[in-house]
Design a binder for this molecule. Structure first.
Ligand code: ATP
Length: 355
């Protein structure tokens, strides 16, 4: 079993920066778990504290139910893959992969056989005698993964594993990583600031802010129902529209001069309550003619997304983005309306989702 439990985990760096502030997480055995959040929120510190590369200031790290908080990295039985892969430039692929086995004093022949076996699983057979400088970014990443796998660790810790690859390689490597994790059924914690990557790869995602976990959920949960405006503002390939409004009679919300449907949350609130009105650009319907229950404004920006367009309307309700299909003609400078899909509207009160 290799579940990872973090209990009120804190880390204050010398100098007084609180990088982790009482983190509670229960990562299941075999789970692919992503830590997501803006730069400086504590993702890398959390990963390094699980690995034992940073000492916790408070709380505990449990791996497979064992308290490893006081153990050095080498005795935690987890493998970390770094952003820059940290391969030894003077060693061949085989020697890089076999390195952790050498540290564990596995004999030469057995070491090479095991390294070749792992390399085979990752499609590296043809590259065994090359050095890192003679490999592509994607191949280097596989060597780093193979090195991590060679000792059969209880968990993989991956720090931005795809960030050094170009856009196309990234997609390939993403699919590869997901397949590998499924086959190995190994617990995997990975750090990314790329929310699309987190949603695509992970079984569950934790959104972090200022050393705290703000929401844990499946990709569908955090996308559909972000628990707070912080998570709402950075999950989704186009950010959610978040607009200040006030609840009106009949479950509607006033946002500037617009009166729009308040969605499921409105029933729990009273007329006059201030709210933040949340609706994703995908859940607004564009109209070129005046229509009721809609935001209105002037089209100021049209961005081509390939199979759709992202249109920005500026009006008295604020600046609102709408995803519009590729066949609809949208001209900057014209008046337009955006109708929210009522069942997808989210209301936030004091930053928290109204259930
Ligand atoms: P990024 O996405 O930019 O890598 P992150 O979410 O991984 O950021 P961390 O690297 O964990 O964030 O840093 C969390 C906080 O701790 C930041 O404020 C950072 O400046 C601080 N920090 C990190 N390492 C140290 C250190 N060795 N000494 C002091 N402060 C540190």
């Amino acid at each position: 079993m290799s579940a990872i439990d973090l209990v009120r985990l804190s880390k204050v760096y010398p100098g007084g920066v609180t990088a982790l502030d009482g983190v509670e997480l229960a990562i299941a055995d075999g789970e692919f778990f992503a830590l997501l959040g803006p730069s400086g929120c504590g993702k890398t510190t959390l990963l390094r504290t699980i690995a034992g590369l940073e000492e916790a200031t408070g709380g505990a790290v449990l791996i497979g139910g064992d308290d490893v908080t006081a153990l050095p990295p080498g005795r935690r039985d987890v493998a970390m893959v770094f952003q820059d892969y940290a391969l030894f430039p003077h060693m061949t692929v085989t020697d890089n992969i076999a390195y952790p086995l050498r540290i564990r004093q596995v004999g030469g022949a057995e070491r090479r056989a095991k390294a070749a076996g792992t390399a085979g699983e990752l499609g590296l057979d043809a590259l065994l005698e090359r050095r890192p400088a003679q490999l592509s970014g994607g191949q280097q990443q596989r060597v780093a993964l193979a090195r991590a796998m060679a000792c059969h660790p209880r968990a993989f810790l991956l720090d931005e594993p795809l960030s050094n690859l170009d856009a196309r390689m990234r997609l390939e490597a993403r699919t590869f990583l997901k397949r590998l994790q499924r086959e190995l059924r190994i617990t995997c914690v990975f750090v990314t600031h790329d929310q699309a990557e987190a949603l695509a790869l992970a079984d569950r995602v934790a959104g972090m802010e200022d050393g705290r976990v703000r929401q844990v959920g499946t990709p569908a949960e955090v996308f559909r129902r972000p628990a707070n405006t912080f998570v709402a503002s950075f999950i989704g390939s186009t950010p959610m529209n978040l607009l200040e409004g006030e609840v009106r009679e009949g479950g509607r919300v006033a946002v500037g001069p617009a009166e729009v449907p308040g969605g499921p949350g409105a029933g729990a609130l009273a007329p006059g309550d201030p709210v933040v009105y949340g609706v994703r650009p995908e859940y607004l319907t564009y109209a070129g003619e005046p229509t009721g229950g809609a935001f209105s404004g002037e089209v100021t920006v049209v961005e081509n997304l390939g199979s759709a367009q992202l249109v920005t309307l500026d009006g008295e309700s604020g600046s609102i983005q709408v995803v519009v299909d590729e066949d609809t003609e949208v001209a900057p400078g014209t008046a337009a309306w955006a109708v929210p899909r009522p069942d997808r509207v989210l209301l936030y009160r004091d930053g928290a989702l109204v259930p």
